[in-house]
Design a protein around this ligand. Structure first.
Ligand SMILES: [Zn+2]
Length: 1012
């Protein structure tokens, strides 16, 4: 939603209004039919208008309609995030709500559906509802339950997850109405009130629900179940391997009743297979006792055996840190959920499949924690998702640090390959730092304060959860635990059962701590500004003690903690507050014995570059962390400079087999200086071959998301056809031959990802500048070529639901410096558009258009058409790849399989013919349509070019096979114009198959870096 400045102006008036909150009290009778998977219900709610406004209508959410078809906001968002369950599977069990018949005070009332969102409607009141007034609304309703794997509501077989299921008024607050469609990525905002819900279902179902169970016989039923599970736990664990089938539903039905006040939602879960464990926890402040329930099936019984402990510990610590749990019970149920690892509802949480007991504990504690940050403190989750998810994550990080200070429990979480690549021993806090760093150091981050639907799916995790968790941990470290807890408890006391806004939290925090926290709430929460402090120098003071000079190398004027150590023990901690001007801060230590100084030694601050944080007396280079080798890949550990290595082999037609190793420091969070180098021994040439790249990463956070400045290079063998027509400086003696060459390429470059990080956008754009120096020398030193030049390329990409566009505009400048009088420059525009259509599975129709014009061509030798520098109708072959942009297996082959490889660029004709070359002008259009069966498609090419004398046209069509997203492809031309036909040097059918192999797209750096 875009906000108009005028509305902000208006809202500055409404801000002065006193706080008010509406109240909704529900009574619902519902029965479950587990044959047809439907709910039949009757709802009555009392709506109390505490606002100063007269209301003429009430917005009502009908969220089961999100599952109706693929036009719902939920389905569109899932599609955008790569989940096509609603889109692709016409057989998937969809859902909806119907049979509505709204009455207000017993009188028929008009109900209008929102035209865009079928899951929102407007109940028009027959008479305006006055401030302070109250009305009773009633309606029957029926819900067809969707497949429980789509999002949060539904059934998996006869296991029921009944959430966001009943007609529910939207929140009306000082900002007006907050009607919202149901989303998977983006949660809710609801009015407080009370619930009185009676559920009728076959009597052998076990139910976990919001509220206090009022039905005596059901209390007995659950207690019996709990006793049975407790006494038979060992045999359940053994039996759990023996399937998880649903028992037959009882022909008897039961009606069970729950009531609860001061909550804003009601959910229930029913499964006939549930084992039940019951526990109790004493609250730390009031000493009141809370009952805990765990309900689980055979499938993960071994993980759930200690689940009561996780529930009790979660309730205890959250109460201690934030304020006592105000309700009587907490239930966790085992269920299939696709909206993340678990989902919270008041008093009851549903937990998805876990990979280990620790992960189960993590999810249970997180979901139980939502009783505070969502349940009791009812912020608007849709608009400020960090207020519940992020602060909850901070508590969860603290829980793991408190319960497992040695971290050895958490390290069991991964195992296998993760252990090998070093992720095994990582703490929960570190895991969050890594997730945030992965996004931030790649320039992909977004601010913490953002509407949940504006996040990319990466950042919904990396920012809303991880970064917010980290920054609140940092704030706690800065304020100190006592002060922080006092402030958090005051926030709890002032805002429990209400709707706090970010400003309300800031106000409480500042008044309780006496600190100006604008740096936190304005800069850390509202921007993508990075935190990076650098240790400049440490010196001994004349007056005794030490002084450390800290440079703020980041974007935020935040306080920074500096720790001093002696013989491995922390001896002194100093906090320095950043001053108005960025720049240098001094941390003064009184200790006389210090051998190590570390910025943020406990790693509580989300510092994006921890490689510049330490000074050690005994190191040769005091500020440089020691170099350390590790196998393959791993996370970025701040106390050492790790270089990862792995043996590799390669091959091409000239070097034959190559053997060597790859060394790199590509990791997460990304290093500022990043490199990868792969020296190889070439058996074909008995010499060194290989590739390398070194660059600096910047994330300026304004206008440019990410910048790389660096240089890359490669050296391999090739063969060049030497003829006396070629403009090379060597004595040919009339000879024309293929000569074995070695080439070196050095390419300094600048890459900039443009844009700001605020919102998720449909488009992205970047600029790349590259200079090239390439030298190729023949083995016998009889020939050499040198290419110098550069290019600038602007890329613009746009992506919509069923359409995408990739376009690039590029200017090349080239000089063949040996002759120093031969130069070219080209400009070209390349536009590729793709439409997705659906016949059985997703297929694409792709239209590519290319136009290139030479700006300047000059040759004193009269070689107008050096076959290397110009536009090739069939795309560049290896020899024409003058910037050495693509890895070619046989760069200069003129026959054999590798002569059939071309780059899919320029004219884009899918032919092996070298017909069609221009140093002046070329334009073409290429159509490719994937067929419904397998990876096959049809293509058609049309092009026109200037051959120096006149314009020539050509056309070509046939069949193609594309794999690995088109990076590996083969094309079989079936019909082409005679000019293409006639120019084929190899005429056998098999030799006319054109090959595309885009290795650059599949390189280690692209795969591991996940970007560019
Ligand atoms: Zn959560």
């Amino acid at each position: 939603m875009r906000i108009l400045p005028f509305l902000i102006f208006l809202s500055s008036f409404s801000f002065a209004q006193t706080y008010f909150q509406q109240e909704v009290n529900y009574k619902i009778d519902v029965s479950l039919d587990d044959k047809t998977h439907t709910l039949s219900a009757f709802e009555t709610f009392e709506y109390i208008n505490n606002s100063p406004d007269e209301l003429n209508f009430i917005y009502i959410h009908l969220w089961p309609n999100a599952y109706k078809d693929n036009t719902s906001a939920m389905s569109l968002q899932q599609y955008r995030n790569g989940n096509k369950v609603m889109e692709n599977n016409s057989e998937v069990d969809k859902g909806f709500i119907d049979s509505l018949d709204f009455k207000v005070e017993g009188q028929q009332a008009t109900f209008l559906y929102n035209l865009t969102h079928k899951d929102i409607g407007k109940l028009v009141l027959n008479e305006p509802l006055k401030p302070g007034g109250k009305i009773t609304v009633s309606t029957p309703f029926r819900v067809k339950l969707p497949n429980g794997n789509i999002s949060r509501l539904g059934h998996v077989g006869e296991s029921y997850q009944i959430t966001q299921w009943y007609p529910k008024p939207a929140v009306y607050d000082k900002e007006g109405w907050h009607q919202m469609p149901y989303l998977t990525q983006g949660e809710f905002y609801s009015e407080y009130g009370s619930f009185d819900v009676s559920i009728t279902l076959p009597s052998n179902y076990v139910v976990g629900a919001t509220g206090d169970l009022q039905t005596e016989s059901e209390i007995q039923f659950l207690d019996n179940k709990a006793q049975h599970t407790e006494s038979k736990l060992d045999s359940i664990l053994i039996l759990s391997a023996k399937g998880n089938n649903f028992p037959k539903s009882s022909s008897q039905v039961k009606t069970i009743r729950y009531t609860q006040s001061k909550v804003h939602d009601f959910a229930w879960f029913a499964d006939k297979r549930y084992h039940v464990l019951k526990g109790e926890v004493e609250l730390p402040i009031s000493k009141r006792k809370v009952t805990t329930w765990a309900m689980f099936t055979n499938s993960q019984a071994n993980l759930w055996k200690n689940s009561i402990e996780y529930l009790n510990d979660g309730i205890y610590w959250y109460s201690k840190w934030n304020g006592d749990y105000p309700y009587n019970q907490v239930t966790a149920v085992d269920g299939t959920i696709s909206a993340g690892g678990g989902m919270e509802y008041p008093n009851v949480t549903v937990i998805g499949g876990a990979s280990s007991a620790t992960q189960l504990e993590l999810v249970i504690v997180h979901e139980v924690g939502h009783n505070w940050f969502y349940g009791i403190l009812g912020s608007n989750e849709r608009v400020h998702p960090w207020m519940d998810e992020g602060i909850n994550t901070a508590n969860e990080i603290r829980y793991f640090k408190t319960k497992y200070p040695e971290n050895n429990e958490f390290s069991n979480n991964f195992g296998g390959v993760a252990d090998k690549i070093h992720l095994g021993g990582i703490s929960h806090h570190c895991g969050n730092h890594l997730t945030y760093g992965f996004s931030a150091n790649n320039g992909k981050d977004q601010p913490i304060e953002l509407h949940s639907n504006d996040y990319t799916s990466l950042n919904y995790g990396a920012i809303v959860y991880a970064k917010t968790g980290l920054v609140f941990t940092y704030l706690r470290d800065y304020l100190g635990e006592n002060v922080y807890d006092k402030a958090m408890k005051a926030y709890f006391d002032q805002w429990k059962f209400k709707h706090p806004q970010p400003k309300d939290l800031q106000k409480v925090m500042e008044s309780q701590t006496g600190k100006d926290l604008n740096w936190f709430f304005d800069d850390v929460i509202n921007t993508t500004g990075k935190i990076d402090f650098k240790l400049r120098r440490v010196r001994k003071r004349n007056e005794g003690g030490y002084s450390a000079e800290i440079l703020n190398a980041g974007d935020i004027r935040s306080p920074v903690r500096v720790d001093a150590y002696f013989e491995g023990k922390l001896v002194e901690t100093v906090w320095t507050e950043s001053t108005e001007d960025f720049g240098v801060l001094d941390a003064e230590f009184n200790s006389t014995q210090i051998d190590k100084v570390v910025i943020d030694g406990e790693e509580n601050m989300p510092d994006v570059n921890r490689m510049n944080n330490s000074w050690e007396k005994t190191r040769t280079l005091n500020k440089v962390e020691p170099i350390h080798f590790e196998f393959l890949a791993g996370d970025n550990e701040s106390d050492k400079n790790t270089i990862w290595w792995t043996p590799i082999v390669g091959a091409n037609a000239y070097d034959k087999l190559m053997v060597g190793a790859l060394f790199h420091n590509i990791t997460a969070p990304k290093n500022k200086l990043e490199f990868s180098v792969a020296p190889l021994f070439s058996f074909g040439n008995s010499t060194l071959a290989g590739i390398g790249d070194v660059h600096l990463n910047f994330t300026p956070a304004r206008l440019i998301k990410k910048m790389e400045v660096g240089v890359k290079g490669q050296t391999f063998g090739e063969e060049i056809l030497i003829s006396d027509k070629s403009p090379y400086s060597f004595d040919l003696e009339g000879r024309s031959s293929l000569d074995k060459m070695l080439y070196w390429v050095v390419k300094p470059y600048l890459f900039m990802e443009l844009g700001n990080n605020r919102e998720r956008r449909r488009f992205s754009h970047n600029i790349e500048l590259q200079y090239i120096w390439a030298r190729s020398v023949s083995e016998l030193q009889t020939a050499e070529t040198e290419t110098k030049g550069g290019f600038v390329q602007y890329n613009f990409n746009y992506k919509k639901r069923k359409y995408s566009l990739e376009s690039n505009l590029r200017v090349d400048l080239l000089g063949d410096d040996v002759l120093s009088n031969y130069s070219n420059s080209f400009v070209y525009l390349d536009i590729k558009q793709a439409w997705t259509y659906r016949i059985k599975s997703e297929k694409k129709i792709e239209l590519r258009m290319f136009a290139g014009k030479s700006l300047y061509t000059r040759s004193l030798l009269g070689v107008e058409n050096d076959f290397r520098f110009g536009f090739a109708l069939g795309g560049q072959n290896g020899t024409q790849d003058y910037f050495y942009e693509q890895f070619m297996f046989g760069r200069n082959e003129s026959n054999g399989l590798w002569a059939q490889q071309r780059i899919e660029n320029q004219g884009g004709f899918k032919t092996v013919s070298d017909f069609g070359f221009s140093t002046n002008f070329m334009a073409s259009a290429n159509l490719y349509a994937e067929l419904p069966w397998g990876p096959i498609g049809v293509f058609g090419d049309y092009g026109v070019f200037d051959n120096g004398n006149k314009l020539i046209t050509a056309a070509n069509a046939g069949l193609g096979i594309r794999l690995l997203q088109g990076n590996l492809a083969a094309y079989v031309p079936l019909i082409s114009t005679s000019n293409i036909q006639n120019s084929l040097t190899q005429k056998e059918f098999i030799q006319t198959i054109r090959i595309t192999l885009n290795i650059s797209a599949l390189t280690y750096r692209n795969l591991l870096g996940g970007v560019n």
